[in-house]
Design a protein around this ligand. Structure first.
Ligand code: ATP
Ligand code: MG
Length: 255
């Protein structure tokens, strides 16, 4: 169970969640993407209805609806499933505050959910460190942090790492910062390679060897309700996420 988190907006959390999940599923792994962002971008990318009154993650977290009641199979992707987020989830951040075990609602819901023999659960977090992200970090075994290869990329990272440590200390002792993935890498700029070097110097083996390049195809795919894996499998972005997924799967087997 992997939480994809970074409170900085627009660093590639959703793109990474969706495409890693799709790549793993195309290798026969059964994968559930939990959309934990009220923006519902992961649901959109996976062509999973998330408007109107479709049952969603909000109802699971706040109203105790079983996870099985909201999970949908992703169209044309036999091993891929999505738990959608509607805009209602925006209210959860506040409504969770007064609930019992507010940090562990997602963990509880996923523990009770064993319907479809999953190999991976990927949780796409919103760009904040609020209770939704805390729920993801409490439920997960691993944290994956996408870092955009830009100048401000490392700002705020300290705060995220402190939160991970706090959750380890108090709520989820086995949580492991397993993976950092460098995103939107533009090989033509020195800045991108400087940021990449700096991240590798600091985080070592945690950083995937595979770097995700900037690729227009990656940003186009969601508007067709597809991952880039089906939208344009030969594109640089698709091949990079395929390699990244392979690294992640390999790490899981040697760990
Ligand atoms: N490697 C890439 N190349 C080109 N565009 C990308 C790449 N990765 C992501 N994008 C685009 O950048 C934007 C932000 O990416 P994404 O939505 O994945 O980030 P996010 O961290 O989930 O954002 P938010 O914090 O709003 O949830 C999107 O428009 C996406 O299509
Ligand atoms: Mg997102």
């Amino acid at each position: 169970m992997i939480a994809v988190a970074n409170q900085k907006g627009g660093v590639g959390k959703t793109t990474t969640s969706v495409n890693i999940a799709a790549a793993l599923s195309m290798h026969g792994q059964r994968v559930l993407v939990v959309d934990l962002d009220p923006q519902g971008n992961a649901s959109t990318a996976l062509a999973t209805e998330h408007r109107g009154d479709v049952p969603d993650v909000y109802q699971v977290l706040v109203d105790d609806l079983p996870m099985a009641d909201i999970v949908k199979q992703v169209p044309d992707m036999p091993n891929l499933y999505c738990a959608p987020a509607t805009i209602d989830l925006a209210g959860a951040e506040i409504e969770l505050v007064s609930l019992v075990a507010r940090e562990a609602r997602l963990r509880r819901a996923l523990a009770a959910y064993d319907a479809i023999d999953l190999d991976y659960i990927v949780i796409d977090c919103p760009p904040s460190l609020g209770l939704l992200t805390v729920n993801a970090l409490v439920a997960a075994d691993e944290v994956m942090i996408p870092i955009q290869c830009e100048y401000y990329a490392l700002e705020g990272l300290g705060q995220l790492l402190r939160n991970v440590d706090l959750i380890k200390a108090h709520l989820n002792p086995t949580l492991n910062l397993s993976t950092i993935v460098l995103t939107m890498y533009d090989g033509r700029t020195r800045l991108a390679s400087q940021v990449a070097d700096e991240v590798r110097a600091h985080f070592g083996e945690t950083v995937l060897n595979t770097v995700i390049p900037r690729s227009v195809r990656l940003s186009e795919a969601p508007s067709y309700g597809q991952s880039v894996m089906t939208y344009d499998p030969g594109s640089s972005g698709a091949m990079a996420y395929m390699d990244a997924a392979r690294e992640i799967a390999h790490r899981a087997t040697v760990a």
